[in-house]
Design a protein around this ligand. Sequence first.
Ligand code: GDP
Ligand code: MN
Length: 326
Amino acid sequence: MPWKNSQYKPNTVDVTIPPGRANATILMLCRNSDTDNAVRSIRELEDKFNRKYHYPIVFLNEEEFSEDFKKRVTNVASGNVQFGLIPHDHWFQPDWIDEARATASRNKMVQDNIIYGGSVSYRNMCRFNSGFFYRHPLLQNYKWYWRVEPWNNPGLYAQLTTTINHYLGFTITMYEYHATIPTLWDTVKQFTKDHPEYVAPHNAMHYMSDNGGDSYNLCHFWSNFEIASMDFWRGEAYTKYFEYLDATGGFYYERWGDAPVHSIAAALFANKTQIHFFDDIGYEHNPYTHCPKGNGKWAKGKCSCNPERSFDYDGYSCMRQWDRIQ
Ligand code: GDP
Ligand code: MN
């Protein structure tokens, strides 16, 4: 794989973790044009959660952050803030991708009205979030991250302490658009055939497949909110899996999202108890909301979300598939 031969060598930063706090960082990938929304998102996360914990925040971008961006987000953060430039080879479409084929596929998706179907930058982003972010030098000394996006209302009621002990945590699960991943499942099946040793004994496969793994039911954990362990992404199974997927060019010839790529890996290579539903965290990302409802959580958390709007059992939600494996 070309990125293996990259000149880029991750180095490490010295991060001291105070007692009682997890080895975790808040993580936001965004552009300078997202400044207003990044500030609002961090302001809300601070007010609702981080003012008590002062977790550091890492911002990543494929361009240098502007002085204005740095100044304004630093102003609302209660902990250490760092700004990272993404190495070129971790972001941009690799040279070995057949551009004619990629262009033809994008044009077809535009005709078919597939969301982000014509976007190369969206594909770069999905590939970066699938296989590269956890290799960034600024993340090397962290084990956990809480992914947030510019202005997507995270953390109405949340606890992120040293007790977190899962690989992947989510608040919203739903169906993916089949047209964005037509060959992903067959690719995964081929990989697991070659590497049965990576499939976990008590996996969550029955959440993702209604027929014993024959076909994919499109269920995935929405990744715009993600509290996860980078040890899992950095481990052998996921590393080999990502290399295998990437080599097919599917991130560019199709439009594979990091959400199904992460979700399928967690559901196959982790035991199902290592995937955690953060029911306690109210979270909104347009157009959907997860609002804590059960066991008085909404009142206890003083939640501002409307519990009537919680996505959990919406027709497009995969919570039923999640429930059936519990
Ligand atoms: P959606 O949630 O699938 O509609 O995708 P978003 O537009 O929210 O993008 C997902 C995340 O990637 C967000 O945190 C964005 O700020 C970030 N992002 C998307 N495209 C780019 C890009 O071209 N450059 C940078 N630096 N960040 C991006
Ligand atoms: Mn988004």
